[in-house]
Design a protein around this ligand. Structure first.
Ligand SMILES: *Cc1c(COP(=O)(O)O)cnc(C)c1O
Length: 468
């Protein structure tokens, strides 16, 4: 019996010659299809051999070419998928670091494709044909948007902080308020970065209060700069006192020292009109006279991963000459996407439409409710009676260590199942391709409409449809 079943498995050549097999060869290649056929038929053979004689009949092995080639196709498709794949972010966390932080605007996406598909003007002066600066493309637009004299961009903001401290304060002292010894995710701690840079930390004030005189008393011959770190991922509330950037700048000037501010998120737009709380902008820091400001490209700015450094030319020049600059340098794809993103900011209202991060932050509860109703109606059509669906208002978070206390009103769909636990439901959604990430709350899987994109509706509905 076993031998009889085994002999029914079609030969590799017959599978290749079938119409379906030919189509696969066209889509992949002869070699890949042959390899896949061998894998699948070997697995079938093993399955047959591992089955007890008396169970063979009940198993009903389907060994038709069509069925085997369908398995070959599924296998090839799966092998072809990238492990770093698109995902659906239904968590409502806009700047979800683990899901890639910011999405790019259409123009920024196109910019990446253009430099990927062509040689580019990355480091060439088009007028002379000589070697040019890698940062040429963003210098003017950053000056226009922030008023900065000069700029430099590196791999990310952590790199920007390391570079600034290494080139401006190595072997010397840096004065910082105790309340600003920030740790952000992924083990980036201000004191550790400082140590790596060779600068010596001089902490002043207490956790909740720092006065200008605290800085003043700490200034010595060894002081290289005054550092301000924006507490972007936490807030110190209650009995507090901080020193304003302008006051710090005044003190620094008297002592012929620069002020460096790590702004973290780095925003150009005041979003208070869109229901968010106040967050200091890059322009405000520079206007206050801060000499060097660093911020991330992929947080509230809504661009690619990047560490943007703006400020006085003398300090930026010093950083450009530092050997670390080469090691930390930004790649051409991010640089292209950054220029395109920055150019969207020439019209702030348009930027809020075009830049996905800003759009998701500013989207109105009414629109979110409408979208939730749409998703609810689509899901209702596919779920069995074992499911329970519910639309309710909820709260979404900004994420990425930005606006830590912000509670954004949103609308969500809750999904429950009679037999499956919420963890099982969430795991099934993650096992989908593309994987779907949700929140768990109220003993339900929650889809938050704030971060669900237009193309995600169908993916979610099809994934849930497959559960039954
Ligand atoms: C996020 C953040 C950083 C690190 O920025 P990356 O771009 O993620 O490297 C540094 N400092 C502060 C204050 C931050 O909020």
């Amino acid at each position: 019996m076993k031998q009889e079943i085994l002999s029914q498995i079609p030969a590799v050549n017959d599978l290749l010659a079938a119409e379906f097999g030919q189509r696969l060869v066209e889509d992949y290649s002869h070699q890949l299809v042959v390899d896949a056929i061998r894998k699948i038929t070997a697995k079938l053979r093993e399955e047959v051999l591992a089955t007890a004689e008396e169970e063979l009949e009940a198993k009903e092995f389907d060994l038709s070419s069509q069925v085997i080639l369908k398995q070959v196709k599924d296998y090839l498709e799966k092998e072809d998928r990238l492990i770093l794949s698109p995902a659906v972010n239904a968590t409502g966390v806009v700047l979800h670091t683990n899901l890639g932080r910011s999405l790019l605007s259409d123009k920024a996406q196109q910019a990446v494709i253009d430099v990927a598909d062509n040689y580019s003007t990355l480091e060439v002066d088009v007028a002379t044909g000589e070697r040019g600066s890698r940062y040429n493309n963003i210098k003017e637009i950053l000056a226009e948007l922030t008023g900065a004299e000069d700029c430099l961009v590196v791999n990310n903001n952590a790199a920007a902080v390391l570079l600034a401290l290494s080139s401006l304060a190595s072997g010397k002292e840096v004065i910082i308020s105790r309340g600003q010894l920030v740790e952000i995710g992924g083990s980036f701690r201000v004191p550790d970065v400082m140590e790596r840079s060779g600068a010596k930390l001089v902490e002043v004030g207490s956790t909740n209060k720092v006065h200008l005189r605290d800085y003043q008393e700490a200034i010595t011959e060894e002081t290289a700069l005054l550092l301000k770190v924006h507490t972007s991922n936490y807030k110190i509330l209650g009995f507090t006192k901080d020193v304003k950037p302008a006051e710090l700048v005044g003190l620094a000037r008297q002592n012929d020292l620069p002020v460096f501010e790590d702004l973290g998120s780095g925003i150009f737009v005041d979003l208070t009109g869109d229901g968010l709380s106040y967050e200091p902008t890059v322009q405000e820091s520079l206007e206050a006279g801060v000499d060097v400001v660093t911020f991330s490209g992929d947080k509230l700015l809504g661009g690619p991963q990047a560490g943007i450094i703006v400020g006085k030319q003398e300090y930026i020049e010093e950083m450009k000459r530092h050997p670390l600059t080469r090691a930390l340098r930004i790649d051409k794809f991010s640089l292209a996407a950054l220029e395109a993103t920055l150019k969207e900011y020439r019209d702030l209202e348009r930027a809020k439409e075009k830049i996905p991060t800003l759009r998701m932050l500013a989207i109105s509860p009414e629109e979110l409710k409408q979208n939730a109703e749409e998703l609810l109606s689509q899901l209702s059509q596919v779920v069995s009676e074992d499911f329970e669906l519910n639309l309710r208002a909820g709260i979404s978070q900004v994420g990425g260590g930005s606006f830590p206390l912000e509670e954004l009103t949103t609308y969500v769909i809750e999904l429950r199942h009679e037999q499956l636990s919420t963890e099982e439901l969430a795991a099934k959604l993650r096992a989908n391709y593309p994987p779907i990430f949700t929140r768990i709350a109220n003993d339900a899987v929650v889809f938050d409409l704030r971060t669900i994109q237009q193309q995600d509706y169908q993916i979610i509905v099809e994934a849930v449809d497959k559960f039954v």
